[in-house]
Write a protein that binds this ligand. Structure first.
Ligand code: AHR
Length: 497
């Protein structure tokens, strides 16, 4: 089937904020213990950080990592996680009904982030705690010295501040499952007061208010409006969270979920702008899509987990090939909104609904690792408004959906254009063309493809490369016209330089 991509170098969506390729480490399951940190393992370094995991994280070029939750943060006492390890208390974590030993904490995460080449995105507890503790945590992290909490940090061996620039004001406060869950009015007030105090202490930080936990929350819309109505002046971003699953084994419908994500983003942008208009505001509230992924494979097995275990196998989704296609489409969707989506975190990074899995004997790449890595490594520059003419199909949940998801990114300085595309057609290849005459002198550098005959194929420790990228020779640029074939059900990266 034929399709066309239409771009114009004067029609730009916006520049890509590198933080759109962020990820997330929560104290949950084996994300921390056994994931990024495992003392005593031959492949761990002197701090107990797993070197095999670090290598894969570095391959992903993760610019920023959200920490320490998630639901966990709503009961977190950060003071438990710093200072001499022998003195740190073990605590019950009510979010996941496990024991948290605190052997890995805030300062270890700062060290690990440096080794990974990532910045930190820190969350404060607005569930069981409030502005005072958030302010103390910020003082511990960012204040130079000469005060109680900054000197406490120094006494723990960290002379220099961690200088964390981006702060989440709690997590999913609209959800009944959240410790200290609140109404929109209650949360908006506490978010506003917390951010105000934090910015008095460090005016350089940015803050993220909690939006709805998903588009399907009954309070969606009202929640966003009321929260922002309270804290518009004090916050910079509003969060979105969304997970998808193929529970009814309908691949076409599952792949259509990116349309749901697109509608979600457009809706939240509209609400942010409505509040801005009402307040005669001078700034845009941008979006932090700080939890997104596929999550459903592990739901049943997680029902078997016994309470008060330590770092159990939890939320360990084993991702298949079709999950990688949707993850690619979700990345494309967020990039198409790069003017407003400035931060996003693939939830999560290691073992827990993650692109990287570990065992005591190694670490490997799940299928979703690849589109995430390709986007993070190659998706730099300015998003070109990318029009697509392609066949459509009827999906059960999302109505009429394009078979082709695509975005083009222009790195003017490096003189490179990258095309990311997912052909969702389960039967037919797409023969695609694009008038490329404005980009004189460019040539096809490479065309990377992720595809597999079996939509349910997975990567395991024993067979880690079952689903892995290959190179295609299908892309050509002749007389200013780009032409290619995006094979049926495939993720494609075409680089023109
Ligand atoms: O990422 C897993 C969990 O999903 C997070 O803890 C929570 O914020 C969300 O519900």
């Amino acid at each position: 089937k034929k399709a066309e991509i239409i771009i114009d170098k004067y029609f730009l969506t916006g520049s890509v904020d590198k933080r759109i390729y962020g990820s997330f480490i929560e104290h949950l399951g084996r994300a921390v213990y056994g994931g990024i940190y495992q003392e005593g393992l031959a492949s761990s370094d002197e701090q107990g950080f797993r070197k095999d995991t670090l290598e894969l994280v570095k391959e992903l070029e993760v610019p920023i990592v959200r920490y320490p939750g998630g639901n966990f943060v709503s009961g977190f006492h950060w003071e438990d996680s710093v200072g001499p390890k022998a003195l740190r208390p073990a605590r019950t974590d009510l979010a996941w009904r496990v024991i948290e030993t605190n052997q890995f904490g805030l300062n270890e995460f700062a060290d690990w982030s440096k080794k990974a080449g990532s910045e930190m995105m820190m969350a404060v507890n607005l569930g069981t705690r409030g502005p005072e503790d958030a302010k103390n945590l910020l003082e511990y992290c960012n204040f130079e010295g000469g005060t109680y909490y900054s000197d406490l940090r120094k006494s723990h061996g960290y002379a220099k501040p961690h200088d964390i620039k981006l702060w989440c004001l709690g997590n999913e406060m609209d959800g009944k499952w959240q410790m200290g869950h609140k109404t929109a009015g209650e949360y908006g007030r506490i978010a506003s007061e917390t951010a105000r105090m934090m910015k008095w202490l460090d005016p350089e930080i940015e803050t993220v208010a909690c939006g709805s936990s998903s588009l399907t929350m009954p309070t969606f819309g009202d929640w966003e409006y009321q929260v922002l109505d309270e804290c518009y002046d004090e916050v910079d971003y509003l969060s979105l969270h969304q997970y998808y699953g193929n529970r009814s084994d309908d691949t076409a419908d599952f792949l259509a979920c990116s349309k749901g994500m697109d509608d979600f983003i457009s809706g939240v942008v509209s609400i942010c702008d409505a509040v801005k208009a009402k307040k005669h505001g001078g700034k845009n509230i941008n979006l932090s899509f700080d939890e997104w992924n596929v999550w459903y494979h592990s739901n049943e097995q997680d029902k078997e987990i016994k309470a008060w275990d330590q770092a159990p196998h939890q939320l360990e989704d084993v991702y298949n090939f079709e999950d990688a296609l949707l993850v690619g489409s979700m990345l494309i969707t967020m990039l198409r909104h790069a003017d407003r989506v400035k931060v996003a975190c693939l939830a999560q990074l290691v073992n827990v609904i993650a692109p990287i899995m570990t065992s005591d004997t190694g670490a490997w790449r799940q299928t979703i690792f690849y589109p995430y890595m390709h986007a993070s490594v190659y998706g730099k520059g300015t998003v070109l408004m990318t029009q697509i003419k392609a066949p459509v199909y009827e999906s059960r949940t999302y109505g009429t959906v394009s078979t082709l998801d695509c975005v083009c990114i222009w790195d003017e300085e490096a003189e490179a254009v990258t095309i990311f595309a997912v052909n969702k057609d389960l039967e037919d290849d797409a023969e695609v063309s694009c008038d490329f005459r404005q980009f004189e002198g460019y040539q096809v550098e490479e065309h990377i493809v992720l595809t597999h005959d079996d939509m349910k194929a997975v990567n395991t420790e024993a067979a880690p490369d079952t689903v892995s990228p290959i190179h295609s020779e299908a892309s050509k640029l002749e007389n200013g016209i780009f032409s290619t074939v995006f094979g049926r059900h495939s993720w494609n990266v075409v680089r023109l330089v």
